[in-house]
Ligand binder design. Structure first.
Ligand code: FES
Length: 160
C-alpha cells in the first residue's frame, strides 16, 4: 500500500485521510469524500471549475497534490456559507451566493462552484475595487455560457 496518511480540515471538520501520493485534491474531494460540488472541467489548470480555497487562498484543486497540503484548511463550495463575515443569510448561503442568484450569474451552473470560491478568494486578496480589476482577477475562471457580465455584477454588488 503506497498511501500516505495526512490530516486536512475540510469545511471546518478535521479528517485523518489515507491518500495515494499522486491523488489530486480535486479527486480526493470528489471521489474519496463525495464532495462533488467542486467540478472537474479540464483537469489541467485551464478552466477554474475546480477552484477551492486553501487557507483562504484560491487554488486549482486539479493541479494540487493532496499529500502536499497536509495540515491545510480547505473550503469547498459546500462550506462557503461558514466563511460569511456577517454569518450566512436567511437561506443559509454566503452573500456571494445570494448575489449570484440575484444577478443571474450562471446559466448551466457547471463553472459556478469555482466562480464562487474564486470570488471569495479575490475578496480575501483585496482585488475587487473596480470592474476591470474584478474581470482581471476572475480571468482564470472560464464560463462557456458567457455569464461574465452578470458574474462581475454579482461580485461588485457584494463588494459595495
Ligand atoms: Fe482544474 Fe479545469 S478542472 S482548472
Amino acid at each position: 500500500d503506497t498511501r500516505v496518511g495526512i490530516s486536512l480540515t475540510i469545511n471546518g471538520e478535521t479528517r485523518a485521510l489515507q491518500v495515494a501520493p499522486w491523488t489530486s485534491l480535486l479527486d480526493l474531494l470528489r471521489e474519496q469524500l463525495d464532495l462533488t460540488g467542486t467540478k472537474k472541467g479540464c483537469d489541467h489548470g485551464q478552466c477554474g471549475a475546480c477552484t477551492v480555497l486553501i487557507n483562504g487562498i484560491r487554488v486549482n484543486s486539479c493541479l494540487t497534490l493532496a499529500v502536499m497540503k497536509d495540515g491545510a484548511e480547505i473550503t469547498t463550495v459546500e462550506g462557503l456559507s461558514a466563511l460569511a463575515a456577517g454569518g450566512a443569510g436567511a437561506n443559509g448561503l454566503h452573500p456571494i451566493q445570494d448575489a449570484f442568484i440575484a444577478h443571474d450569474a450562471f446559466q448551466c451552473g457547471y463553472c459556478t462552484s469555482g466562480q464562487l470560491c474564486s470570488s471569495v478568494g479575490l475578496m480575501n486578496e483585496g482585488h475587487a475595487h473596480s470592474r476591470d480589476e474584478i474581470r482581471e482577477a476572475m480571468s482564470g475562471n472560464l464560463c462557456r455560457c458567457g455569464a461574465y457580465t452578470n458574474i462581475v455584477d454579482a461580485i461588485e454588488d457584494v463588494m459595495q
